[in-house]
Write a protein that binds this ligand. Structure first.
Ligand SMILES: [Zn+2]
Length: 368
C-alpha cells in the first residue's frame, strides 16, 4: 500500500472477521487479537487506512488486506501507517485463508515515506474577461514505475500546445488559464491545494474547468467526461457540466466520429473543482477498462484488452502512445477551448458582451 510503514515481521497470521463484510472496520473485530500477530482482513466497507489503524491499535505487527477479486490490490492509505500494510490478490488470499489457524507469515515492506515539495504551473491569457475564466488543465506528474508518456504526457502536451496556439490568435473574450498540476498521482494534491487556495471571489470567477488526463491510449476510445450524469457510476457534477459534454459531443459528431460518455469517477484533477461547484468536463482515451467488440467497430484496436495495457507501467513510452487518439482528442479539446474562450453561454449563461451591442448599458450590466 502507498504510505505503508517499512518493516520486516514474522508472526502468525490471524483472520479478522473474514465473513462479516466489514472485516477490520471496527475495534470489536479485533477483540482478543493476539498482540504481535499479522492481521488478515478482507477488502470492503471501510478504508484501507481504517483497517490498518484498527490493526495497529490492536497491537498487530502488520496488516494484510485481501482483494475481492483475483487481481493484486494496490491501495493507498490516507496517511503514513504505523505498521506495514500490504494488499493481497484474491487468489493468493484464498490460499492464506485456507491455511486457517496454521498460518505463519513473513511480511516485508521496503518503503520510504517522506515529505517532498511539488509545484503547479499556471499561465493565463493577458486578455479576456477575468470574471469568467476558462481553466484548462492536466497533471504533470506520472507514477514512479512509468515513463509517463500517456499518463500524463499526452494531456499536458495538449494543454501546452493549445496555450501556444491560442497565444497566436486574436484575444479571447474570456480569459483562459492553463494549469499543469503537480502530484496528482499521490492523491490529487496539486489541484486540491490550488482550489483550496482560492478565495470565494476567485472561485466565482472560474466559469468552468476542462481536464485532460490520458488522451493517447494505445487501444483508445473517445470518452467525454460524463457531466450529464448519463452513466450510473458517474459522480454528480455541478450544473453546466452536461453542457460541456454536449459541446464536445457536437464536435465529434461534426467530424463523423463516434464518442461515448466516460464515467465521472472523481479519480483525477477535475474533482476538487467539481466539489467546489465549478462545472467540469474533458476527454479521456481510457485506461484499465476493457474494450468491447462494438468499440472496435468504432475506433479499431483490440477487443478484450484494456484501453491502455501500458497504464502505470514502464512501457508507458512514446512507442505506446496512439497518435490517432492524441490527434482526435486534441482536436476536440482545442475546439472546446476556443468555443468556451468565446462564450460560456451553454454552461453558465454568460455571453460575450460584444454580442449585445444594441442593448443599453446600466453600469457594468447590459439592460434588455
Ligand atoms: Zn493520470
Amino acid at each position: 500500500m502507498s504510505y505503508s510503514a517499512a518493516g520486516d515481521v514474522t508472526a502468525p497470521g490471524v483472520q479478522v472477521d473474514i465473513t462479516g463484510g466489514d472485516s477490520g472496520c471496527t475495534a470489536d473485530d479485533f477483540a482478543g487479537f493476539p498482540a504481535g500477530a499479522v492481521a488478515v482482513t478482507m477488502r470492503g466497507a471501510c478504508s484501507f487506512a481504517q483497517k490498518t489503524q484498527n490493526a495497529a491499535d490492536a497491537g498487530a505487527s502488520a496488516v494484510l488486506v485481501i482483494n475481492s477479486s483475483d487481481e493484486l490490490l494496490s491501495g493507498t492509505l490516507s496517511d503514513p501507517s504505523e505498521i506495514p500494510a500490504v494488499g493481497v490478490s484474491g487468489a493468493a488470499g484464498a490460499d492464506l485463508l485456507a491455511a486457517g489457524d496454521a498460518l505463519e507469515l513473513r511480511v516485508m515492506v521496503d518503503s520510504v515515506v517522506q515529505t517532498r515539495e511539488s509545484f503547479n504551473i499556471l499561465a493565463e491569457t493577458a486578455r479576456g474577461r477575468d470574471d469568467n475564466v476558462v481553466v484548462v488543465g492536466g497533471h504533470l506528474d506520472s507514477v514512479e514505475e512509468g515513463a509517463g508518456m500517456n499518463d500524463n504526457g499526452s494531456g499536458t502536451a495538449f494543454v501546452l500546445e493549445t496555450a501556444i496556439q491560442l497565444a497566436e490568435q486574436a484575444p479571447p473574450r474570456n480569459q483562459v488559464r492553463f494549469a499543469f498540476w503537480g502530484t496528482e498521482e499521490s492523491g490529487l494534491i496539486g489541484s486540491t491545494r490550488y482550489v483550496e487556495g482560492l478565495d470565494e471571489g476567485e472561485l466565482d470567477d472560474i466559469a468552468l474547468y476542462l481536464n485532460f488526463d490520458m488522451i493517447g491510449s494505445s487501444n483508445y476510445a473517445r470518452f467525454i467526461l460524463d457531466g450529464g450524469g448519463e452513466l450510473p457510476d458517474s459522480e454528480a457534477a455541478p450544473s453546466g457540466s452536461g453542457a460541456i459534454a454536449a459541446v464536445l459531443k457536437e464536435y465529434f459528431d461534426s467530424q463523423g466520429q463516434v464518442s461515448e460518455p466516460g464515467v465521472l469517477s472523481g479519480r483525477t484533477d477535475y474533482r476538487p473543482f467539481s466539489l467546489a461547484g465549478v462545472p467540469v468536463g474533458g476527454l479521456f482515451s481510457g485506461a484499465d477498462g476493457v474494450k468491447t467488440e462494438e468499440q472496435v467497430e468504432w475506433y479499431g484496436g483490440t477487443a478484450g484488452e484494456t484501453y491502455d495495457p501500458y497504464y502505470h507501467t514502464a512501457e508507458d513510452s512514446m512507442a505506446n502512445v496512439s497518435s490517432d487518439s492524441l490527434s482526435d482528442l486534441s482536436a476536440a479539446g482545442a475546439y472546446a477551448v476556443e468555443f468556451f474562450a468565446e462564450s460560456t453561454l451553454p454552461v453558465n449563461g454568460v455571453f460575450r458582451a460584444a454580442a449585445a451591442p444594441d442593448f443599453p448599458r446600466l453600469g457594468d450590466e447590459w439592460v434588455r
